[in-house]
Design a protein. Sequence first.
Length: 411
Amino acid sequence: MSESDGPLDLVDWLAPTLQVSSFLAHGRRAPDIVAVGFQELLPLHLGLSGLSKSVLESRNNLILSQIEEHAPNKERYSLIAKVVNVGVALLVYGLDEGIGRKACDVQTQWTGCGPAYMGNKGAVGVRFRVPGEDGSIGEVYTFVCAHLTAHPHNLACRIEDYHQIVGTLLFPPLASSESRSLTTIYSTSHLFFFGDLNFRLAIPPVHDLADPTRWSSLVQSLSDEDGRQSLKDFDELLVERDIKGSIFYGLKEGEFWKFKCSYKYELGEVDKYDAKRAPAWTDRIMYGTHSDTPDTPQVSSITNLLYTTIPSYTTSDHKPVVSLLRLPPPATSSSPTPPVLLLPPGYTPTPDPYANLKRYTGRTLDRIIGYCWWFLTLIGAGSAVLGIGNILVSIGVWRWWNQGFSGSHAV
């Protein structure tokens, strides 16, 4: 699974996962599933205007060609599903000789977490079922790509975004289900949640490295693994998930502190942080499977084979994050329903009864603001501010002309 913010050469993303997959399999083996997530897929005003789909289609063509070109044995892949909302996008591919042709009950969904549920922040999801080799119901896979509220002071908003996503990113019941109720992202056998989650490194004020004047010392500490490990306990996401238990229930993660912070870099630089922002692990990949148990919250049946950033990508202030995960063998069961995640006692994710009202209220505002922004950008030769200025000048000229015209008649 991969995550990023803008146009890119996918070779640098895919090569590490494909190479590691082959090495660990002691042979030339390609991944069964490739999931790619984006945030800020295109300029915001175009995304709000609903112009994301054509960009996503061109990105799909590029990704598919890159996967197949760099697969160890030139394996073929099929697009299982793609979905986009404003700038948040997700594409999921399956190996043709396996999951790519077996996947069924494919569903996609989206939701917004911005002001009034707009889509400038939010999440998209893909869900599908893979039947068992023995003809059993099989297992359900759910992928979620999210972009949460930014800025260090907005931790409470990020937590609220997560709960908003759980309540409104809802999927119809599977065809095999007797229930007709909508289900949350947790009604699945395997869950993968990733994206620009924007959680920051919240170093306590009493800590030496909390002083802004010691920014260079902070960067130096984050440059080696020992330094990063000593600071990882200040990571907001880790604190809220593993210590406070307020978010991402039942989800695990690889050792993120083993790679350098993915944010915030100077554009065009491989390894140089922007001094205006403190570095942070904002881009993350988490996962959970039905065989995991709440009794051992730090242990997962999913093996994290690779979890790192791609430093060579320099056209964003984020570095893409990639992960290679090995899932446990499919469960053998005669149950008529797929196995689902086991959640901590006391946590029951509940669908929001107003989910559709919120989602489409946000989408309506997306379009209204997007079209207005697009128009201002058009008449401002690429600048909305200049567009507003042009409108004000035009109004002034029209009023002057109208007053002059009226005055000439009065004479």
